[in-house]
Design a binder for this molecule. Structure first.
Ligand code: FES
Ligand code: FE2
Length: 404
């Protein structure tokens, strides 16, 4: 595992100053981020336990795109554009469910096999000769890795396994593919730019002050280590820590002695982030998967689910409940911090940020964004209507500000 050092992340001194303020308040940039970043990178859609049987499906909509993932009769997971080949309706009406052995479009009833091929057209004779093989659902890139299902609407590049190569051994310890959901999925909606939400997630510098209880539990080691390829890891341990707070002590005491994890990981809280907005947190008692993404100008979402191995032991149930309480409080604290910082960035007094070596994750994330969208490195906002062209011009010129 190769951590990118601070000298490299901050090779361009401008990286210390963060992204210019306008980049957090610009509808054209949000549009470009959705098109060029999110629609061209892997997005988490579901866990394998969401689709246990053939015919189980789950949808994911992003920007103008609509995806459906389904388990087919051979137990393989596939992904398609959720767009009927007749007149573009969704082929499943619900966000999640079971469609039997075919998708039946709710508009006029065209049906599709679970491998996407066109199965049947009602009143087929009313159409001129149709080559059915040309009218299957359009497939999407789909990658299932360690029980997590990802899709990609466009672009190309490394598989999820390749992107997560540095994390594979550690994440593999948790047997995520055998897990089940612990709670209902949650979704926080923000009237803020997605980067404002993500910035706080990319650094542990705020933990001692912003999250006193978390700090009591995991201490100062919870700092972010950016790795090559858009991965970030942070890790804190509660072993041999003198915990001041009762809820933390109760949590550690409640964790059963017998764990499926090796000793090295029984006392760790670990965070893995992957550009642009995917996060996997690993605890000794459960895991959490969440994703932060834009849904429009000044609109973003943080959507997540917790998963765990089946374990009925009372002590484990208690540990899980306490973990959830601690993390709920951390989440509430973050929501305020995110809002206060984002509001301040709209103020006339705002003069840019200043990033420390303890905020390497933020800088590495921003470097990666600037590589994809060099326009985001301009101090002044481009003239209205010209942002996309300016970005293309800068990409052609190879005007990339920093790496890391
Ligand atoms: S739009 Fe799907 S059957 Fe007509
Ligand atoms: Fe936080």
């Amino acid at each position: 595992m190769k951590v990118v050092p601070a000298e490299k992340v901050f090779r361009d001194p401008a990286a210390r100053r963060g992204l210019p303020a306008w980049t957090y308040n610009n509808a054209e940039l949000t549009q470009l981020e959705m098109e060029e970043v999110f629609l061209r990178n892997w997005l988490f859609v579901a866990h394998v336990s969401d689709l246990p049987r053939a015919g189980d499906y789950k949808c994911f909509d992003f920007a103008n795109e609509r995806a459906v993932v389904v388990r087919d009769q051979q137990k393989q997971i596939r992904a398609f554009h959720n767009v009927c080949r007749h007149r573009a309706s969704r082929v499943v009406a619900d966000d999640k469910g079971h469609c039997g052995n075919s998708f039946i479009c709710p508009f006029h009833g065209w049906s599709y096999n679970l491998d996407g091929s066109l199965k049947n057209i009602p009143k087929a004779s009313s159409f001129p000769d149709i080559d059915k093989s040309q009218f299957g659902l359009q497939p999407l890139d789909c990658d299932v890795w360690q029980g997590m299902i990802f899709i990609r609407f466009g672009g190309e590049g490394p598989s999820i396994a390749e992107q997560f190569a540095d994390a594979a051994a550690e994440i593999g310890l948790y047997r995520i593919e055998e897990m089940e959901p612990l709670d209902d999925p949650y979704q926080y909606k923000f009237n803020l730019d997605w980067k404002a939400v993500l910035d706080i997630d990319n650094e542990g510098y705020h933990v001692p002050i912003g999250h006193p209880e978390l700090f009591d539990l995991v201490g100062a080691s919870y700092t972010d280590q950016p790795l090559a390829g858009g991965l970030t890891r942070a890790c804190g341990s509660f072993r041999e820590r003198k915990l001041k707070l009762e809820r933390n002590r109760d949590y550690v005491e409640a964790l059963p002695d017998k764990s499926y994890l090796p000793e090295s990981h029984q006392h760790l809280w670990i965070y893995w982030g992957m550009f642009p907005g995917f996060v996997l947190t690993l605890f000794p008692d459960q895991i959490e998967i969440y994703q932060i993404y834009p849904t429009g100008y000044q609109k973003s979402v943080m959507a997540g689910v917790t998963y765990a191995l089946p374990d009925k032991r009372a002590s484990m149930q208690r540990a899980r409940a306490l973990n959830r309480d601690i993390n709920m409080d951390v989440g509430d604290e973050d929501i305020n911090l995110i809002r206060w910082a984002a509001e301040g960035m709209r103020s006339s007094a705002f003069d840019g940020v200043l990033l420390s070596d303890l905020e390497l994750g933020v800088a590495a994330f921003q470097n990666r964004l600037r590589e994809l969208l060099p326009v985001a490195s301009l101090d002044e906002v481009p003239e209205e209507g010209s942002l996309k062209d300016t970005n293309e011009r800068m990409l052609k010129m190879g005007k990339v500000t920093a790496v890391g």
